[in-house]
Write a protein that binds this ligand. Structure first.
Ligand code: AVI
Length: 330
């Protein structure tokens, strides 16, 4: 077997394994007796990622622009507060566009080693391309889950080097309730006192602003949500009729979260062949596909304190209530 054949075989095996896991997760979420659910991580296939990129430039969705504004404005302040020498590790870098300002500011003091961690090989490649051009920055991408990648970077660090972990874009808000704290605790366990975490998080804001952001009139967010069913059709040989489901975005005040659902317009049965499963929907029944928690600035400090971090600084965008918090491991 040539090396090339072996690579193809490994890729096919990996694909079979991810398809099996996908089928298991979809079946588990739709087989529930109460609220049906699908994990939001499955939004991001090639179509979903492109739709998310479009959402991020929609006038109603100010989150991504606010994140970028705060980082651009305060990258210099951040560089003054983070201990040197530092290596930077980003959890879920995406294309790496907004990280540029931070790396430029840090590289004014010393050469910076930047480790983006991504499960998407294509996003990682474009991040490496984009940021390798910044003077004084060495980029080494790691294709893995966040915590595995972070442990890998932490194991490589030289004595006396600080670690700055970036977790931007309010991805923390998409964790299930309580999982944000557990995740930050796991991050803390890989760090040593004095290391830093820069956490981007969307804040509570007026209801009409939130609802418009998650149910834009052009229907891009609706397409993003419905693409999850289209992906199940494509990859698991299912027969969801997308026209018989509609996008719903609503605010749950008791959890301070925007919830996205897909509502069945009629009673129907769907077959998901590769999951060997049939699922029935009542008219009006929903599949819960995503929660996007909206924090208060103080709540972030409380969550961080419960996870072993002190809050050193918090920068807030006033136009779109979005915070960038600098936490130090204690
Ligand atoms: C990725 N994440 C922070 C987005 C959010 O706002 O919760 C995902 C998203 N869902 C709908 N629009 C955007």
């Amino acid at each position: 077997m040539s090396m090339l054949d072996f690579d193809v075989l490994v890729t096919e095996q990996e694909q079979a394994c991810t398809t099996r896991q996908f089928a298991e997760d979809i079946r588990a979420g739709l087989d529930r007796t109460g609220q049906k659910e699908l994990p939001s991580k499955y939004f991001y296939d090639a179509v979903g990622s492109a739709l998310f990129e479009t959402i991020s430039v929609m006038p109603e969705y100010g989150l991504t622009r606010a994140d970028e504004r705060v980082l651009r404005r305060h990258a210099g302040d951040l560089a003054e507060l983070v201990a040197a020498p530092v290596i930077v590790c980003e959890l879920g870098s995406g294309s790496g566009k907004k990280t540029r300002w931070i790396l430029e500011a840090l590289s004014r003091r010393e050469r910076v080693f930047y480790y983006p961690i991504e499960i998407s090989a294509s996003a990682l490649a474009s991040c490496e391309r984009e940021l390798a051009q910044v003077d004084g920055v060495s980029v080494l991408g790691i294709e893995s889950e966040y915590l595995d990648g972070l442990s890998e970077v932490a194991a490589k660090r030289k004595k006396g080097t600080h670690l700055l972990v970036l977790f931007l874009g309010s991805t923390i808000g998409n964790f299930d309730s309580g999982a944000d704290r557990r995740f930050l605790q796991s991050v803390r366990q890989t760090l040593i006192p004095g290391d830093s975490l820069l956490l981007g998080a969307d804040l509570v804001k007026p209801l009409d602003q939130l609802l418009a952001a998650y149910d834009d009139p052009a229907g891009v967010t609706a397409a993003f949500n419905l693409n999850l069913l289209a992906r199940i059709n494509r990859e698991l040989d299912a027969d969801f009729n997308l026209r018989q489901f509609e996008h719903v975005a609503r605010f749950n005040g008791s959890t301070s979260s925007i919830e996205m659902h897909l509502r069945s317009k009629k009673q129907q049965t769907v077959t998901i062949a590769r999951a060997e499963f049939m699922v029935q929907f009542r008219e009006g029944e929903t599949i819960w596909t995503e929660s996007s928690h909206k924090y208060s600035a103080d709540e972030l400090k409380t969550v961080a304190a419960a996870s072993g971090f002190d809050c050193k600084e918090q920068w807030i965008d006033q136009d779109w209530q979005f915070s960038e918090s600098l936490f130090i491991a204690c």
